[in-house]
Design a protein around this ligand. Structure first.
Ligand SMILES: Cc1cc2nc3c(=O)[nH]c(=O)nc-3n(C[C@H](O)[C@H](O)[C@H](O)COP(=O)(O)OP(=O)(O)OC[C@H]3O[C@@H](n4cnc5c(N)ncnc54)[C@H](O)[C@@H]3O)c2cc1C
Length: 413
């Protein structure tokens, strides 16, 4: 069959890989490079100020070791080397207080007294967190449906920390996290205990897209301008901005969900209902070499999950310290971080790269009809894939790719 895939992010490229040997695939990507939120400097992102000997990610970074089964299955199949990171997180408050990670305490306390003081500060956090884990252990996905995060997390210090980790995971403004769907957030938090390991990809995340490209036999159109997608009794017509009409047997939308109705020229009432509440979340990430904003807190140990409250009104951001993740010696090179929403804290002279991203703006309204999108995949020659159909992260993207490829190959993964 001739199949069009619209969107070349994780979901689109993984679906293309899984269907490659079975069907004739054409990918349409509106940006000039493929990868979606995978933005690996000196791989798919070229010409930045980063030393060309280094590779750093300015988007997708890490993957849960135990709880991303479909992701790890695909990476094994592609022969990708993963490495385990030392996972820790520190919380920095606008009032100058900070809560250190276990690793920060162990390695960087100046003396035993400091260790005890800092460990004592963590007691209410750990207690609240344990209570949260115990309370949410038995909650089912039916219980979580149509609920927001604020049903489960209040403003205690452990809850603030967890909400800031959700801001990090989903690149959402902190002010919107209380309204974030519990259906996605609570399972992630439940599986992200202090002992959870996060894997990184040796050579940067774009490495697995490179492996897919090595085997891909179809066609990729970057900077594609699709005007509309129409369905007929027998297949699909894609009309482009240059007035071409292209014919396919099936179409797979692997775009962010708010794009679907913009692209469909003949959306049904059901499709309008399923997609109309989705909105776009536009964000910017920075790669920079500034560590001076930690000095204010007396901290010289940096983690990849450092979350910052930046003002009393509740603005927040994160800084992911990259040297340990990428095995980069800060003395030979520099201290590198990936930051979100810390523009005012970071010295602009230290910024190496700015990256725009689009993600779905997750909300309870938007998620309400998600099960229908999954259940009706294939109707009217039309399929949908994307992280938003699963956990919103790479596991969701790859799981959706497997589901679509199962339907189109008749096999089960
Ligand atoms: C800064 C950041 C960091 C992240 N870090 C992690 C992480 O560490 N681990 C993790 O698991 N997840 C992370 N995520 C989540 C990440 O979004 C998902 O894991 C996954 O990469 C999403 O893949 P996707 O294919 O569903 O969507 P996307 O990556 O958004 O891909 C959609 C593609 O469709 C294209 N498109 C959109 N509209 C059109 C159109 N009209 N025509 C043609 N093409 C179109 C887009 O340009 C894009 O390439 C991160 C996200 C961000 C923003």
């Amino acid at each position: 069959m001739k199949i069009a895939i619209i969107g070349a992010g994780a979901a689109g490229m993984s679906t293309a890989y899984l269907l490659n040997k079975h069907h004739d695939i054409t990918i349409f990507e509106r940006q000039s490079i493929i990868g979606g939120n995978i933005r690996t400097l000196n791989k798919n992102v070229q010409g930045t100020q980063l030393d060309t000997n280094l590779i750093l990610d300015c988007g997708v970074l890490e993957f849960q070791s135990g709880h991303f089964p479909n992701f790890h299955k695909l990476m094994n199949r592609l022969n990708i080397t993963m490495a385990k990171g030392e996972t820790s997180s520190e919380l920095f408050l606008a009032n100058g207080h900070c809560y250190k990670s276990g690793a920060g305490l162990m390695h960087h306390s100046k003396n035993f007294n400091e260790f005890l003081n800092e460990a004592q500060k963590l007691t209410p956090v750990v207690k609240g967190y344990m209570q949260f884990l115990l309370a949410e252990y038995r909650v089912t996905s039916e219980d979580l449906y149509d609920k927001t995060v604020s049903t489960y997390l209040d403003n205690d210090i452990h809850a603030v920390w967890l909400k800031m980790l959700l801001m990090y995971a989903y690149s959402m403004p902190y002010q919107k996290i209380a309204d974030f769907p519990a259906e996605i957030a609570i399972p992630l938090l439940r599986h992200s205990t202090m002992f959870t390991k996060w894997d990184r990809m040796v050579g940067g995340v774009y490495t697995y897209i490179e492996k897919i490209l090595e085997q891909f036999e179809g066609t990729i159109h970057c900077s594609a301008k699709i005007e509309a997608v129409y369905r007929t009794d027998t297949g699909i017509i894609i009309s482009t901005a240059s007035r071409e009409r292209l014919f396919f047997d099936k179409v797979i939308f692997a775009v962010t969900p708010e794009q679907v109705l913009n692209l469909l020229g003949d959306a049904s009432a059901d499709e309008i209902r399923r997609f109309k509440a989705w909105q776009e979340n536009k964000i910017e990430t920075l790669i920079h070499t500034d560590i001076s904003f930690y000095e204010h807190f007396g901290v010289s140990y940096y983690t990849e999950f450092d979350v910052f409250q930046t003002d009393a009104q509740g603005q927040c951001g994160y800084n992911a310290y990259l040297n340990r993740l990428y095995d980069i010696d800060p003395i030979e090179y520099s201290h590198y971080s990936l930051a979100y929403n810390l523009g005012a804290q970071i010295d602009s002279k230290t910024i190496i790269h700015k990256q725009d991203h689009n993600t779905p703006l997750y909300s309870v309204d938007a998620l309400r009809y998600r099960h229908e999108i999954i259940e009706t995949n294939g109707e009217n020659h039309t399929f949908h894939a994307g992280a938003y159909l699963g956990n919103g992260l790479h596991e969701g993207a790859i799981t959706s790719a497997y589901s679509v490829s199962d339907l189109l190959t008749g096999s089960t993964h």
